[in-house]
Design a protein around this ligand. Structure first.
Ligand code: SF4
Ligand code: MSK
Length: 665
């Protein structure tokens, strides 16, 4: 079949990317969109989950209703589809949780004083988290608390018995349900190992039972590995939106898109996921010795910019600009302005090593877990982190004179970011009485219709950022507050949806009034992919507020809240793990692009319909972002009706406790 090349407009919604895509075409440089077209037509069996290749009798393509309705071993389509789905969950959970383990190890080494350069920045958060792990706080030194906490957290990855401590944060009703279903994860590693075991040939051949293991594994991600990563990173590097920092409300202003690259500066891009190295690059880039060196080489300074989730990590804490999201990684190099791209793990395309051939950019891998042939490998030495970072920066600076020509698009948008669950509470409730009660209250009185989490990647199968932006615009226009992570958050930032003045013009009147009063955009950047755990915590707190004060109640469980989730341009296995932990925590979650179970009507019906009776949340699939928005809004309205708040009501009367809180501010 002749391949049909899409127009630049069909490839990307954003102008900066379009400009660089055209420049690449003119120069004969192959990009992700070209490779996508070269791969057409793609295999439907692979896309819809009915290709099994877990043993060497296969591969088997299972086609229900034909003589090929079983694999060679006799596995039916439901078994094969469920297996493939759970293997995606296992891989996604492994990725997030290995990130979490790395952070936990550095955290412990920091506490023991073994890794100079790192320090415990958020002692308050350390003291909040420690009791969750039965670590005594009273009368103890920070160091002692942190060592005991670090040791206990690391044990959770492979402990012999006992559940995950962070899971305790979920509402009682949810925990009871998980217990009844046998869905409580035992430890993080075990669930991933067991998922791989059960999906081996000839083991678990009951799709419901296979998917139950998928739930245990995904919960070990969301309420385990990812939450550990988020919480310990906050303690180590600072919780985004710390009141002392946000008192000025300047530190979290940043710019997003390829236009953040600077013609007169040494441009260094940090790309991947773990903030351990990028934090140090951010610190080292401000070192006067480094800046002086850059000037000696003819540049006016050093410009560090982020890509993908590394960008989300450092923008949340340092306001460092974002060069782009997943599909823009090659484009950054094509601008000819990047002296070095430093990568660690996850979402790094091998294609980068080919693109850099045409430019002076040095591609440097830093993790022993993720090397790329043809890239330079400079292992990051955590025990000498600052010097490791300086060495990298020095090499980038020395590369500045090698530039051949620069073509940086002029586009970048302002954004306000850094909404940790603590900061959202602080913004809503004030410094004296940080709480989610104003959010619940505004939902009850109808100003805010509900909350949507919009997350996930980009995928060259669909126009870059278009589904994210269209969906978010529909949601905010309908008074739905949007909370974001990952590449979706970067898409919104690039589209100006995180710039309060611009974005509020697109918000419905109720949402606009609340956001204006509080001083937040209608689209909140909550961080990187592991920070989806912040959304879980926020949901649990919304339930908790209602339990403390029945007039603010939005039900007794996450599944009763008027909330929904979406990943309109997803591509990674991590997205499936995230979707599964949201759904089984009670959230209606819609995915775009494609859905990997569609070849089995039974499994798809189980996930899309029956799950609602089991978990209160369910999966859905809809590639059209406008229809997706409507489905989410319908779900939110259904939940409002069930709560008896379907009609807008007057603001609830403040009780005395609330009044005292307000008066004290
Ligand atoms: Fe085919 Fe069964 Fe082997 Fe899968 S496990 S490849 S269905 S024989
Ligand atoms: S980086 S997982 S492309 S969101 Fe987290 Fe972006 Fe998806 Fe990677």
């Amino acid at each position: 079949m002749a391949k049909k090349e899409r127009t630049t407009q069909e490839k990307s919604r954003d102008n900066a990317s379009r400009q660089v895509i055209d420049a690449a075409k003119e120069a004969g440089i192959e990009l992700v969109w070209d490779r996508y077209e070269n791969q057409q037509p793609q295999c439907k069996f692979g896309s819809e989950g009915n290709c099994c290749r877990v043993c060497a009798m296969g591969p088997c393509r299972i086609i229900p209703g034909t003589k090929r309705d079983r694999g060679i071993c006799g596995a039916d389509v439901d078994t094969v589809v469920a297996r493939n789905f759970v293997r995606m969950i296992a891989a996604g959970t492994a990725a997030h949780s290995d990130h979490g383990r790395g952070v936990a190890q550095i955290f412990l080494e920091t506490a023991r004083g073994e890794v100079p350069g790192y320090e415990i920045k958020d002692v308050e958060k350390l003291k909040e988290l420690a009791p969750m792990y039965d670590v005594e706080v009273e009368g103890r030194e920070t160091k002692e608390i942190a060592i005991e906490l670090g040791e206990k957290v690391i044990k959770e990855f492979n402990q012999a018995e006992g559940g995950l401590k962070m899971l305790e944060r979920a509402p009682e009703k949810r925990k009871d349900l998980w217990k009844k279903l046998g869905a409580i994860p035992r430890n993080i590693d075990r669930e991933v190992v067991e998922a791989m075991h059960r999906t081996h040939i000839g083991v678990d051949q009951d799709y419901e039972n296979i998917l139950l293991q998928g739930t245990r594994t995904a919960l070990a991600d969301g309420w385990g590995g990812s939450m550990i990563a988020t919480e310990l990173q906050d303690i180590l590097f600072g919780t985004p939106g710390d009141p002392w920092r946000y008192a000025t409300r300047e530190a979290n202003r940043l710019k997003a898109n390829l236009g953040v690259l600077k013609e007169d500066k040494v441009n260094i891009i940090v790309h991947g996921h773990e903030p351990l190295l990028s934090e140090m690059i951010a610190v080292a880039s401000r070192d006067p010795e480094m800046i002086e060196l850059a000037k000696e080489m003819g540049a006016s300074g050093i410009n560090v910019a982020g890509m993908c989730c590394t960008a989300n990590e450092i923008l949340m804490r340092h306001g460092i600009p974002v060069a782009g999201n997943f599909l823009q990684q090659e484009l950054a190099i094509v601008t000819g302005s990047v002296e070095m791209m430093i990568v660690d793990v996850q979402c790094v395309m091998q294609a980068l090593s080919r693109v850099v051939h045409d430019f002076h950019t040095k591609l440097v891998t830093t993790s022993e877990k993720a090397m790329i042939r043809e890239a330079t490998h400079m292992p990051f030495d955590e025990e000498d982190a600052l010097n490791s970072a300086k060495n990298l920066i020095r090499k980038a600076i020395e590369n500045y004179p090698q530039r051949k020509g620069v073509n940086i698009p002029d586009d970048s948008e302002d954004a306000v970011a850094g909404f940790s669950h603590e900061y959202i509470k602080y913004m809503l409730g004030g410094s004296f009485r940080s709480s989610y009660w104003p959010l619940n209250s505004n939902i009850i009185d109808g100003r805010i219709r509900g909350v949507a989490g919009v997350v996930g990647c980009n995928n060259p199968a669909v126009t870059l950022d278009d589904a994210h932006v269209t969906l978010i615009e529909e949601l905010i226009a309908n008074d739905v507050l949007v909370v974001q992570t990952g590449c979706s958050a970067i898409a919104a930032a690039k589209a100006g949806l995180m710039e309060p003045e611009k974005a509020l013009k697109k918000a419905g009147p109720g949402l606009r009034a609340v956001c204006e009063a509080v001083g937040i955009p209608p689209v909140l950047h909550a961080g990187a992919c592991v920070d989806n755990s912040r959304i879980l915590i926020a949901l649990a707190e919304m339930v908790a507020v209602g339990q403390e004060n029945s007039r603010l109640s939005l039900g007794n469980d996450i599944s009763e809240l008027p909330v929904a989730g979406a990943a309109p341009e997803w591509m990674s296995e991590k997205a499936i793990a995230i979707g599964q932990y949201f759904v089984t925590s009670g959230v209606y979650t819609v995915f775009g692009v494609k859905f990997p179970t569609l070849s089995s009507e039974t499994v798809t019906d189980y996930l899309f319909n029956k799950y609602e009776d089991i978990y209160g949340g369910k999966w859905a699939f809809e590639p059209d972002p406008k229809k997706m928005a409507q489905m989410m809004i319908d779900h939110i309205d259904k939940k409002r009706k069930a709560l008896g708040i379907e009609k807008s009501r007057e603001r609830v009367l403040f009780d005395m406790d609330m009044r005292r809180g307000l008066e004290a501010e």
